[in-house]
Design a binder for this molecule. Structure first.
Ligand SMILES: Cc1cc2nc3c(=O)[nH]c(=O)nc-3n(C[C@H](O)[C@H](O)[C@H](O)COP(=O)(O)OP(=O)(O)OC[C@H]3O[C@@H](n4cnc5c(N)ncnc54)[C@H](O)[C@@H]3O)c2cc1C
Length: 397
């Protein structure tokens, strides 16, 4: 905890990929920001953690890719696709300024981002649970209420409250943010960590109604995951009676070659994951508030794109709030532009995600994977061509 002040320009609720990135950029743009999170860092969250090229571009543009690589997560330069008993390996091409992808553990990545926010001048306060928002006499959101771990009340006033507090966002509920688009809930993703094998890159295994894979990460370990329709994950759980055995059964069906290799590995974590992942887009802003990350847009993890979505939208929002805080720009216009840009930017990959999450037959699933790859490259190129918020201020600091 760096401060117990009670007034800022912006209070960001939630300090992981969406919240810390937004706070870092706003602080770099010269604003007075605090991030509060009920968790303490370093800490993990339920998520695998492959970062797509577009997300890696953001880390590079923000000057954080070296810190991520220095944390010991491997630079991944090869992706191998397995389907119908055949395997095709591809080198990660140099595009949009990056020639690698990464899959850092969340307790490492989120801590690097929070430290970057702090280094940029934001206050970061852990162990603060937000319970609701403050409103002024006109009904405009004007801060947050919450408490620390000991139960002592905490009130922070701010011109803007940003909800980066994840899928079950308290900020979204407190402000009554509408769900503007809801599609049928998606599938299940389950994962565990394994050590004791040499991993050469990302591996993806496509089979009927399942998608499994390997994300190499810190300490020579890999995150081994399997995505399936939720009904199949539940049925496996009922048949086997245990989450671990159900995971083993689903993995065996999806990627028998991988299961065979894992016999020589050691599982180093319990099996974790999420079922029935919502596919939804929330209203992104209102008077005195905005949402970013999973709080505003949530999708099935089958496309492993949530971190990249959060990074993209953190920057869109930071630029919008910077304009809204500056003189001469109408707040509603600035934040409405954020919502339009977000909704446009997420559209193609959201559609691909929903279609992949319906688990079409293997040839259609593979065709969608190719579309996904092209969409990510397009997004990465668009991000790489933008000016970096706060760059000029950093250079003259
Ligand atoms: C099983 C699974 C696998 C996934 N795999 C990938 C992947 O491989 N690649 C990828 O890019 N994405 C993946 N995702 C998606 C990714 O995890 C999310 O999109 C990402 O975590 C969203 O980040 P966020 O910062 O918006 O929210 P979160 O990571 O959910 O962080 C929200 C923060 O808000 C804090 N908070 C919540 N409520 C309060 C409160 N009331 N007061 C104070 N603090 C609060 C929480 O403590 C938390 O730290 C996966 C998701 C799941 C579920």
């Amino acid at each position: 905890m760096t401060s117990n002040r009670s007034r800022y320009d912006v209070v960001v609720v939630g300090g992981r990929v969406a919240g810390s990135a937004t706070a870092m950029l706003l602080a770099r743009l010269g604003h007075d920001v605090v991030v509060v999170d009920q968790a303490s860092f370093p800490s993990d969250t339920i998520s695998t953690h492959s970062i797509a090229r577009s997300g890696v571009v953001q880390l590079q543009r923000w000057g954080l890719l070296d810190a991520v690589l220095d944390s010991g997560t491997p630079a991944i330069r090869q992706v191998t696709f397995h389907a119908h008993g055949e395997s095709v390996s591809r080198t990660v091409k140099h595009k949009a300024g990056v020639g690698l992808v990464v899959s850092p553990r969340r307790y490492v990545l989120d801590t690097i981002l929070a430290a970057a926010a702090e280094q940029a001048g934001a206050d970061v306060r852990y162990g603060v649970t937000v319970t609701g928002v403050q409103r002024d006499r006109r009904g405009r959101v004007a801060g947050i209420h919450g408490h620390d771990r000991g139960g002592a009340g905490i009130d922070i006033g701010a011109r803007y409250v940003i909800g980066a507090d994840g899928l079950r966002s308290r900020v979204a509920h407190s402000v009554g943010a509408a769900i503007n688009e809801a599609r049928p809930a998606g599938g299940a993703t389950q994962y565990a960590y394994y050590a004791g094998i040499r991993w050469t890159g990302i591996e993806l295994f496509v089979a009927e109604r399942s998608f499994a894979g390997v994300f190499p990460t810190h300490h020579g370990q890999a995150c081994i995951w399997v995505c399936t329709p939720t009904a199949e994950a539940k049925a496996a759980r009922r048949r086997t009676g245990s989450r671990t055995e159900a995971f083993g059964e689903l993995l065996e069906r999806s990627a028998p070659q991988l299961t065979e290799r894992l016999r020589h590995a050691r599982r180093t974590s319990p099996v974790q994951g999420m079922l029935r992942m919502p596919n939804q887009v929330r209203q992104a802003f209102g008077p005195g508030w905005a949402l970013v990350g999973d709080a505003g847009y949530h999708r099935d993890a089958v496309t492993a794109h949530g971190i990249s979505d959060a990074f993209r939208d953190a920057e869109l929002l930071a630029v919008a709030v910077d304009r809204a805080l500056g003189a001469g720009t109408e707040e509603t216009a600035a934040l409405a532009l954020y919502q339009r840009q977000r909704d446009q930017a997420l559209r193609e990959i959201f559609e691909i995600t929903r279609r992949l999450g319906a688990y079409p037959a293997v040839p259609a699933f593979i065709a969608l994977q190719k579309k996904l790859s092209a969409a990510i490259d397009f997004e990465a190129a668009a991000l790489a061509s933008r000016p970096v918020p706060g760059d000029r201020l950093l250079a003259t600091a």
